[in-house]
Design a protein around this ligand. Sequence first.
Ligand code: G1P
Length: 280
Amino acid sequence: MIKKCLFLVAGFGTRFLPATKAMPKEMMPILDKPLVQYGVEEAVAAGMSEICFVTGRHKRAIEDHFDDHLELDAHLDGTVRQDALNEIRALMTSCKFSYTRQSRLRGPGHAVKLGAILTGDQPFGVVLADDLCFGTDENVLAQLLRLYERYACSIVAVQEVPPELTDRYGIAAGSWIEEDVLEVDSLIEKPAVADAPSNLAVVGRYILTPEIYPQLDRIEPGVSGEYQLTDAIDLLAKERRVIACRFKGKRFDCGSLDGFVAATNYCYLQRFGHLPRVEV
Ligand code: G1P
């Protein structure tokens, strides 16, 4: 059973400036909960209990979020707000947290390589927290883990996107081996729309086996001059089986304004049963 989940949280979140100038993009709240907490809850609900972060300077709020806040506890003690932290307290007791820093932004491939000091020689999950995912029956990581039990190989989550948006994503090509399971032949990071081999876009949920590490050593800087995880998984797919899971559920790109607002509305609707009634 896979227990470790690696969160790549070193990125600047430039699409959300100025909000992300001093605040990690993963701490942006959807309603009253930061994005990263949704991701950790998903990992824990899927049965993972060792939460690892590749973090960076200016990201200390994430470590503080998953730590006790004794002054706040004392402040809330005996008040009506005393229970406000129960949810995150329960989350904190159901897993362990560890951190390593990426001192220069050199891309997700480089970040996963650095994360090896935390993830070690075992298979592990990977989450990009600005993709907020809600599964239909089970969450997206749980869907990937269930496939891992059968295939024991690296897995990427994919969803179909409009063809004109393929240049925003890693795009998977291959052949279907069962409903919603694609055997991957190639993965291309952000191809030009005309060159995209499909409209199956990689979403920020992965299961990786340690076989990824030698491939991470082989890749060169790719899109944006960064070491792309997609490129390493593509190399792996040429040597070993890699599958893509067309998951059941929704995904919001909370690194974009539209996705962030849509996610906020969706979560509000789920919680209150109606959209916010705005006074004008
Ligand atoms: C990253 C990955 C890309 C993936 C996307 C999903 O890109 O590199 O392959 O499709 O996340 O959100 P980013 O959005 O960080 O540019």
